[in-house]
Design a protein around this ligand. Structure first.
Ligand code: G6P
Length: 608
């Protein structure tokens, strides 16, 4: 959620920390701050608002001397986003400074504990409790203080910590929130996310749960929860640093929309070998799939929308019951998991806390687990028995596009594979389906080349106050994503409905001029959709339909049409998402919204 960075070395830390924070601004962006140790004192600068405000306040860091420091971009949980509540937080004595990502759940209890011991609190945050607790536990040994304090914390945390008396070491510790250490030459770094490190190093250490790192400029020592030093192997990341740049596009979102053909190619191609699907499952056997009693799909946001499509694919190809559960609900619903159940977690970041906990819950109840994840080595990937990576590359825009499409492609392959394992999908059907998905990137390229027509439609409707998205079956699942994309970046109120359900209440909201986006791509129910279009039109709605080329009946019924190339039923969702993404993008652009960083949102949601 929040972004964390830290540096120790021979360079001036502040400019470097601010540069690194720029790469993490997508994680949270309501305020930011840095802390440095210089000439025996901790110095802090913080600012409400975008990182730019802090850069201006500190002369891009130039006015803050010091060769060791920590930095933070915040997505507020406890306490409004103002200067005081921004991180880093200082302990009452001024001896300890700390940045935090996550939520300290027992902070009320600890606040009482510390208040009784003479501590008072300057902020409304849960984080301040952690820094005061470390101060309380500090009797000359920072590592001991951090370990003791961390053992008293419940909740989730990634922490970067500075002690005024120890200007030669930076401490870091994590539980349930990501944190990596970047290894340089005579300098070392910490970051909540790899993109912050790419300008400096590609050699990283990932901290495991409760591991505590002591980071000096010439070395890093990692200890487990009990103080035993760990031998950690550095990992080399070969990510393309250019992926973190806009590459000539006005926004990351547009760049990422345009990357979708390549992303689908990269995700699908390595999984097809001599006409066979090879997903690289190491633990879950064809026998497990054959004997499965049900499938749960757990995910949040757009990944959950992929889950709704995957459900229709998998049920069709395996005849197994599939439940798509919002991860935040699954955890607490006493799910019907047995040792024959298969749970699939879908997550771009691999760090979404609700999805991680849902996966762990399923595992604890005996389920087999597969995750579909974009970020290699992420916590969800590590927590599941098998992982299928989407090769979407770095996704920066908060509103997901290319990772969504890559997840969809993986779900298509996975459902075919499972259908084969269960003897329902034949080799000939698989071969045909594989041809269809391999033809997709070229079709999407053609759609993207004609984006002006969507731009025109956006210009007609960007002034709308309410927009409804309707569809049936696969089209309903698409409507969910189309509506979310639009509302998250353009702030237009929007709802998605199963078209047949509209008349059970929501149709009362349709009045003359209300825009209804009607997805009519699912051929078996197209006639029913046309009836639903007529129903809303009879109440004055303006209808923007999405359908395949040649569907004149839809064109005659609707006011405007977004055309899709003709394609087989099950790959159509991958085509239908393109105009929906572009429509949301252009509407937001015309409204002058901050497209890559929509208000109140964060890319990686590491709190419950
Ligand atoms: C956030 C993002 C969404 C994303 C969701 C789940 O809300 O803004 O785009 O779909 O988290 O994230 P995940 O990383 O688990 O896919």
């Amino acid at each position: 959620m929040c972004g964390i960075v830290g540096y120790i070395g021979d360079k001036q830390a502040a400019p470097l920390l601010l540069e690194a924070l720029k790469k993490l601004e997508y994680r949270g962006y309501d305020s930011s701050g840095i802390a440095l140790v210089h000439e025996g004192a901790l110095k802090v600068a913080k600012a409400q608002g975008r990182l730019q405000v802090l850069c201006e306040r500190t002369g891009d860091g130039g006015s803050m001397p010091g060769r060791i420091g920590i930095g933070h971009t915040r997505w507020a949980t406890h306490g409004e986003p103002n200067d005081t509540n921004s991180h880093p937080h200082l302990s009452q004595s001024g001896r300890v400074a700390l940045v935090h990502n996550g939520i300290i759940e027992n902070y009320m209890e600890l606040r009482e504990f510390l208040t009784k011991r003479g501590y008072s609190f300057a902020t409304d945050t849960d984080t301040e409790i952690a820094v005061q607790l470390m101060d309380y536990c500090y009797h000359g040994d920072p590592v001991h203080a951090v370990r003791e304090a961390v053992n008293m914390l419940t909740g989730s945390f990634a922490l970067g910590i500075l002690f005024q008396d120890f200007p030669d070491q930076l401490l870091a510790v994590r539980k349930d929130s990501p944190l990596v250490i970047g290894l340089g030459e005579g300098e070392n770094f910490i970051a909540s996310d790899i993109p912050a490190l790419l300008a400096h190093t590609r050699d990283i250490l990932r901290l495991s749960e409760y591991e505590l790192a002591v980071i000096r400029k010439d070395g890093v020592a990692v200890f487990d929860r009990y103080g035993t030093q760990q031998a950690k192997q550095p990992e080399h990341v070969d990510w393309d640093a250019g992926a973190a740049e806009k590459g000539g596009y006005a926004h990351f979102m547009l760049k990422e929309i345009m990357e979708q053909p390549a992303v689908i190619r990269d995700t699908v191609r390595p999984r097809i070998k001599e006409g066979r699907i090879e997903l690289g499952l190491l633990h879950i056997t064809p026998e497990d799939i054959k004997n499965a009693d049900r499938i749960y799909i757990v995910a949040c946001g757009s990944a959950a929308h992929v889950g709704h499509i995957a459900r229709l694919y998998i049920e069709r190809m395996t005849r197994l019951p599939v439940c798509v559960e919002l991860a935040s609900e699954f955890r607490y619903c006493n799910p019907l998991v047995t040792s024959r159940t298969l749970t699939i977690a879908i997550s771009q970041s691999g760090e979404t806390l609700d999805t991680l906990f849902a996966l762990r819950e399923a595992k604890a109840r005996g389920s087999k687990t597969i995750s579909i994840v974009n970020v290699v080595g992420s916590t969800i990937a590590a927590a599941s028995e098998d992982v299928i990576y989407t090769w979407a590359g770095l996704e920066i825009a908060v509103a997901t596009t290319k990772a969504y499409s890559a997840q969809l492609a993986v779900c298509y392959l996975l459902s075919l594979y499972m259908g084969q394992c269960r003897g329902i999908v034949s080799a000939a059907e698989t071969a045909e389906a594989l041809e269809q998905i391999q033809a997709l990137p070229a079709q999407i390229e053609r759609q993207l080349a004609e984006s002006q027509s969507i731009q025109y439609l956006a210009s007609l409707y960007f002034g709308c106050k309410d927009i409804f998205f309707i569809g049936r079956n696969l089209d309903y699942a698409m409507a969910l994503e189309g509506s979310l994309k639009l509302k998250e970046i353009s702030y237009i109120h929007s709802e998605a409905y199963a078209a047949g359900e509209l008349k059970h209440g929501t149709i009362s909201l349709i009045e003359p001029g209300t825009l209804v986006v009607a997805l009519c791509t699912y051929a078996p129910l197209r006639d029913k959709m046309i009836s639903n279009i007529r129903e809303v039109k009879a109440r004055g709605a303006t209808v923007l339909a999405i359908t395949e080329e040649g569907m004149e009946q839809v064109q005659e019924t609707a006011d405007h049409v977004m055309w899709l190339p003709k394609a087989p039923e099950l790959v159509t969702p991958s085509l239908a998402i393109i105009p929906l993404q572009l429509f949301a993008y252009y509407v937001a652009l015309l409204k002058g919204c901050d497209i890559d960083k929509p208000r109140n949102l964060a890319k990686s949601v590491t709190v419950e």
